[in-house]
Design a protein around this ligand. Structure first.
Ligand SMILES: Cc1cc2nc3c(=O)[nH]c(=O)nc-3n(C[C@H](O)[C@H](O)[C@H](O)COP(=O)(O)OP(=O)(O)OC[C@H]3O[C@@H](n4cnc5c(N)ncnc54)[C@H](O)[C@@H]3O)c2cc1C
Length: 440
């Protein structure tokens, strides 16, 4: 059987390979880089595992948890019970368990109107958590009601600069003025739903299990998905020796939307839809110190608007000496192109204003995510329909990625599972002319 060609060995691509393998279908993954995991990779340096992006998961995620079970991964570490937000030049606690029952310090920092808005917003998100996703209809109602303006236009200034910015910065790498309420509702629906954990020893174990038994061609950059008469016909690879064409009849793209846009010739409505998706770049700096840096019950800080550091947290609750600094948000973008040394220094200087660092560095790892995190688009449900319709116009092509079903690892796995299902669905159901398939 001809293998399915998958582009990208991130969670979406590895997931697609895994769901195909479960049906006995072989695949070849083309990965431009030298390791698996993409934006959720885990880089081992000596005894240290540096998670450079996605790592936390929720016990409420069906696909991710099913895979953990399948792989026999059973050792987890709890995520932080809350955050501290810099508001009015002070650290204000936001404990996950108290956000609805009422946290007096937070309420007074937000003011009565902001506190009420926050409570209403979170309770709507929690009550409807199971239906707030990009496959059920409810998010469309949220879009219709709220997406005419960015988040900041709907809520009080203090709420925007505090808890809502916490969501937008941590989960979107962007400011409330750059994202739309439907995405915020999606973020908030995951907050408090299930419990949040990380895999002991690092997310790398998850990827390694997904990658086991799969064919992965590292250093293989796909420049273009070739088509002939509306059907996938091959891939144009960019190799050290020059471009090389290989035949392929079935391809799953598992790269971010802006990469897919460059490598396919989608119809105009599809290109326009892809162009509406925004990605917000960021850098992730991991530093291991010789002594604890977090203290006094603080494990995670979200910085104020204008600070180059979006947020930072202890790598694990029990490792206050290992800090993950995320340089994200509008102010961070002004310095993201500076050297690694500068980024580390800027991160530490910003952090020290809140908690002075009295420790020496042992190890530093700087990862840049020029694509960053997908911030979706207003009225995304309509945008998504156009993207899928455009992909469907090329038979043999399916798409997965962080820009379809939510940008969490669960969202990526969902997109991968759905892409495999669509690829294997009978041609009639996909609306593809039958004779084209018969000619294969
Ligand atoms: C800092 C940060 C923190 C995050 N935290 C969390 C978290 O705690 N929990 C969570 O669930 N999610 C989190 N996320 C989101 C999550 O990590 C991503 O949504 C997910 O990793 C995206 O996976 P993907 O496979 O769709 O894309 P990617 O990981 O980007 O994978 C795409 C792969 O394709 C390769 N590629 C690109 N172009 C080509 C080409 N032309 N040819 C061949 N290969 C190519 C890339 O090298 C890459 O390996 C975080 C993201 C970031 C950046």
């Amino acid at each position: 059987m001809d293998p399915v060609h998958i582009i990208g060995a991130g969670v979406s691509g590895l997931g697609a390979a895994h769901y195909l393998a479960a049906r006995g279908i072989p695949s070849v993954i083309h990965e431009v880089g030298s390791h698996v995991g993409g934006r959720a990779a885990c880089i081992q340096q000596g005894e240290h595992a540096f998670e450079i992006g996605g790592k936390n998961f929720s016990s409420a995620w069906p696909r991710f948890n099913a895979l953990l079970q399948e792989f026999g991964i059973t050792e987890f570490e709890d995520q932080h019970p809350g955050f501290h937000i810099v508001m009015n030049n002070a650290l204000v606690a936001l404990e996950k368990s108290k956000t609805l029952t009422g946290d007096l310090r937070l309420a007074s920092a937000l003011g009565p109107r902001g506190a009420l808005q926050f409570r209403n917003f979170l309770s709507y998100a929690r009550q409807n958590a199971d239906r707030l996703n990009y496959t059920s209809g409810l998010i469309e109602q949220v879009e219709k009601r709220w997406d005419h303006a960015t988040i900041d236009k709907h809520f009080t200034k203090r709420l925007n600069e505090g808890p809502l910015r916490l969501f937008s910065i941590i989960m979107g790498g962007a400011e409330p003025s750059e994202l739309y309420p439907s995405l915020m509702m999606l973020f908030a629906s995951g907050f408090g739903k299930g419990s949040h954990h990380a895999i002991a020893g690092g997310i790398g174990q998850f990827h390694d299990n997904l990658a086991k038994g799969k064919t992965i061609r590292f250093g293989s950059k796909v420049r273009q998905i070739l088509t002939y008469e509306g059907h996938v016909s091959g891939l144009m690879l960019e190799e050290k020796t020059g471009p090389r064409m290989i035949p392929a009849s079935r391809v799953i793209s598992a790269v971010p939307a802006h990469v897919l846009r460059q490598m396919t010739d989608l119809p105009a409505y599809g290109r326009v839809a892809l162009d509406q998706l925004r990605y917000f770049p960021l850098a992730m700096v991991n530093v291991v110190y010789d002594a604890p840096v977090f203290k006094d019950g603080v494990h995670s800080i979200m910085f104020e608007p204008g600070a180059p550091l979006g947020h930072c947290s202890a790598n694990r609750l029990h490792s206050p000496h290992h800090v993950r600094y995320t340089l994200s948000g509008k102010a961070a973008r002004n310095i993201l192109d500076r050297s690694d040394v500068d980024l580390v220094q800027i991160a530490e200087e910003t952090f020290s204003k809140r908690l002075p660092i009295k420790a020496g560095r042992l190890r530093v790892h700087v990862a840049r995510h020029p694509g960053g995190i997908c911030g979706y688009a207003p009225y995304f449900t309509t945008v998504k329909k156009d993207i899928l319709r455009a992909a469907e116009s090329i038979s043999g092509l399916e798409i997965a990625g962080d820009f379809l079903e939510g940008h969490t690892m669960e969202g990526c796995l969902t997109s991968a599972d759905l892409a495999v299902q669509r690829l294997l669905a009978p041609a009639q159901r996909r609306g593809v002319p039958v004779q084209r398939w018969a000619a294969e």
